[in-house]
Structures are given as structure tokens and as C-alpha cells.
Design a protein around this ligand. Structure first.
Ligand SMILES: [Zn+2]
Length: 422
């Protein structure tokens, strides 16, 4: 079955993104384009004059002059949780830091109790709503971490919910085990005992269930030391889970260097990573996943994106969707913050949520509009691609194709540009 997307003003194929620096030609733009999907793969992207004719039975979408991009990839979220932490918003606005809030007992443990109390069915319904919001912004692949259960049965419950979300929504879901998110209150003062539980009981159980692809750890003062983190990541690898690290978010504790040392697939956050950490990541080929919406929300400094890019580190971007430090599903805000606050170009930012984000999840079959790539496409009612991060705070998506199927359509007249904008 063939799906044809016709009347595309510009197809942003990302065909010019290789392993090296990302130049202006990285976007690989094709003007006046036709995109064809065969099954769940892209069959071709052509200029209209070169496209093969439609055949009887083809499903045709009129893009009405939209810009087409690869379905966005969000490689770092904590999307499965119950409750919210809006109560912390005012104290933080008055100057209390995220870590002060955590020390006052209003941090991550505030999400723990309602998440533990919620049934798998309730968590699925809550997270499904969040994933459908992501889809509405053109996201077609999302990584989801566990880490609000913090005992074996609870962590397995969260991973099973993530797995079900992948089967019962249009999005591809990549589950990550993150039992080492925070030391739970019942292990207060006994962090090493909790690390032993993660390594000796949780990881074997998670590996038996077979859904998680990665093992992540919050390497941070007051959470897990580099030594404890290393122990967990090495044990995870022995169970077939590739390492990821929450590194240097609030202090330069050596998280980036640890990620490089264990050949982690990605090191995430990196707000406080110094020159040593940058060099270590460049040498190891670890992807830096930067989360500028979190820095924006917390009023923290931004990660050294330019230093990372200039050193040759592949840089991906993600929302970090979670109830404490970044309650948003919106990847377009992330693109804006990456350009305005981290000095990234539009091409670098878009690569960060397509080709580079795929690499941060160990996926090589998506992130481009290219023959053989997964048929994940988002259509945007914008006059050119830079308009997406430029006109922030509004959603210009008119259609989303996930795995070759139309997953979402919105009325372009309700979404689109006024004459003055166009
Ligand atoms: Zn995170």
C-alpha cells in the first residue's frame, strides 16, 4: 500500500547530516516535493517533476504547501508517572532551587507515592495522553525511563506500561530502566544497599522481562556517586542494557567522563560539564543529549552546546518531560531554546531531534526522509524550516505520519499562517 504526500513546498530530508560538523546543506532540502511511503518505509522523495505518477489505489495526502520533516525523536523523557508538582512552582519562583526543594522533601519522592499507588491501567491512561500530545507536535519516537517505582515490582510495572504505550499508540517507544533515579526514602542513609538491590535483584528481573534497551543512572551529588553509578552501569551492560547517564546536571561530578569510560550510548544534561568531560565524550563517540527546556524551566545555566559541537561530539536534544524539572511535551520549544540559549544553528537543532536523536537511542533506521527509512513524517504549516523555532509557542503541525500510517491530521486553516506571516 502506497501513501503519497503531494504538494510539499519543502521536504527537509536531513540527507546532508553525516558524522562530521553540520553545515547549512545538512538539511538536504527538496523544493516542490512528493514523498511516497511503501508500508512502514519511505519509498522516495522527489521533486514533483521527477516523481513517478500516482497509481490507482494510492492514498494521497495534499500537504497544501507544507514543509515536511522527519518525525521528531525525543530521546529523553520520564513520561510514565502520576500526579504533578505545581505546588513547587511558587516556592521555586521565589528563589528556592530544585535541590533545595528536593531536600525539603518536595522533590522526586513527591512523585513516587502517587506513582506507586497508581495501577498500571491508570498510569497507561495518563502517559497515553502525554504521548498523544507529543504526537501532535510531530514526535513519532520517544524514549521513556522508569524510575518512579524504585522497587523491583514497581519498576517492572512502569516498564510494562512503557512497552504497552509502544504497542497501543502510533509512537515507537524505547524503554529505559532507571531504577537508580533517586535513593528511595526507605533506603535513606543506605545508598549502597539500594545500589546492591538495583544490581542484584532489579536488573536481572528487568533483563528477564526483556523490554528495556538501556540502563540509566542519576550521577549527581545527593543521588548516586560516580562509583555507585559505574557499578550499576557495568551490571546493566552484563544484562544486555546499554548505558546512559544523567551527567553533570547540577555539579561537575565527573558524569560525562564516566559516560565516556563505560562507552555509554549517551550522556544527558551536561550543564556543568567542563573541558575534560567534553574531550572525553568526543573521544568515546558518546552522544550528548541536551535538555535546554529543563534549564529554561529551572532558571539554570545551559549546557555548553557549542563547545561540545566544536569538539566533534554528536549533540541530540530532548524535552526531558517529567513532573519536577520540565513539565512539557513540546519539542518545538526545545528547538527554540537550543538556538536562542545554546548558540545552535537551526540545522544543528533539527539534527538534534532527528538523526542525532536516533543515534542517542541506537536507532539507524529513522531521522531522515530517505528511501528505506521508517515512514515517520510531520507536516508543518510554516513558510520555511527556520520558522519552526523562530515563531515559538504555537504548534504548526498539520499532519503526522507514523510508520506509513496517518496518525494525526489537523485543519491547516485552524493551524496555519495568516497572510501577514506567510
Ligand atoms: Zn532525566
Amino acid at each position: 500500500m502506497t501513501l503519497r504526500i503531494e504538494n510539499v513546498a519543502t521536504a527537509v530530508t536531513m540527507s546532508g547530516v553525516g558524522d562530521g560538523p553540520i553545515g547549512a546543506d545538512a538539511l538536504g532540502e527538496v523544493r516542490d516535493a512528493v514523498i511516497a511511503c511503501q508500508g512502514d518505509r519511505i519509498a522516495g522523495v522527489w521533486k514533483r517533476a521527477d516523481a513517478p505518477p500516482a497509481r490507482p489505489g494510492d492514498e494521497v495526502i495534499d500537504a497544501r504547501g507544507a514543509v515536511a520533516i522527519p518525525g521528531l525523536i525525543d530521546p529523553h523523557t520520564h513520561a510514565v508517572f502520576a500526579g504533578h508538582r505545581a505546588r513547587q512552582f511558587d516556592p521555586r519562583a521565589r528563589g528556592m532551587s530544585y535541590l533545595d526543594v528536593a531536600r525539603a522533601g518536595e522533590g522526586m519522592t513527591r512523585t513516587l507515592a502517587p506513582t506507586r499507588a497508581a495501577s498500571a491501567e491508570e498510569l497507561f491512561a495518563l502517559a497515553r495522553t502525554r504521548l498523544l500530545r507529543m504526537l501532535s507536535f510531530g514526535v513519532t519516537t520517544v524514549e521513556i525511563k522508569s524510575g518512579y517505582g524504585l522497587d523491583t515490582a514497581q519498576e517492572l510495572k512502569l516498564l510494562a506500561v512503557a512497552d504497552r504505550l509502544g504497542r497501543e499508540t502510533p509512537l515507537t517507544v524505547v524503554p529505559t530502566f532507571m531504577g537508580a533515579h533517586v535513593v528511595p526514602p526507605e533506603f535513606d542513609g543506605r545508598a549502597d544497599d539500594y545500589v546492591a538491590l538495583v544490581c542484584d535483584e532489579m536488573l536481572p528481573a528487568v533483563a528477564r522481562q526483556g523490554v528495556a534497551r538501556f540502563c540509566d543512572v542519576f550521577c549527581e551529588a545527593g543521588f548516586f556517586t560516580p562509583e555507585q553509578s559505574r557499578k550499576i552501569l557495568v551490571a546493566g551492560r552484563e544484562h544486555g542494557l546499554s548505558p546512559k547517564v544523567h551527567a553533570d546536571e547540577f555539579t561537575d561530578l565527573g558524569g560525562a567522563r564516566l559516560a565516556a569510560e563505560v562507552s555509554a550510548t549517551s550522556a544527558d544534561h551536561l550543564l556543568h560539564t567542563g573541558p575534560y568531560g567534553v574531550r572525553a565524550l568526543a573521544a568515546s563517540g558518546t552522544v550528548a543529549v541536551l535538555l535546554p527546556a529543563t534549564a529554561f524551566f529551572l532558571g539554570e545555566r545551559y549546557a555548553p552546546a557549542r563547545a561540545l559541537l566544536d569538539a566533534g561530539v554528536p549533540v541530540a536534544l530532548a524535552t526531558d518531560l517529567n513532573p519536577g524539572s520540565c513539565p512539557t511535551e513540546n519539542p518545538h520549544l526545545v528547538l527554540t531554546a537550543a538556538c536562542t540559549n545554546m548558540g545552535m544553528t537551526v540545522a544543528e537543532a533539527l539534527a538534534g531531534m532527528t538523526v542525532r536523536a536516533a543515534r542517542a537511542l541506537g536507532l539507524s533506521d529513522r531521522g531522515r526522509l530517505a528511501p528505506g527509512s521508517r515512514a515517520d513524517v510531520a507536516l508543518l504549516a510554516v513558510p520555511e524550516i527556520a520558522y519552526l523555532p523562530y515563531h515559538f509557542g504555537w504548534n504548526f503541525v498539520t499532519a503526522v505520519i507514523a510508520g506509513g500510517r496517518v496518525a494525526l491530521r489537523r485543519d491547516p486553516d485552524a493551524v496555519g499562517l495568516t497572510g501577514e506571516d506567510a
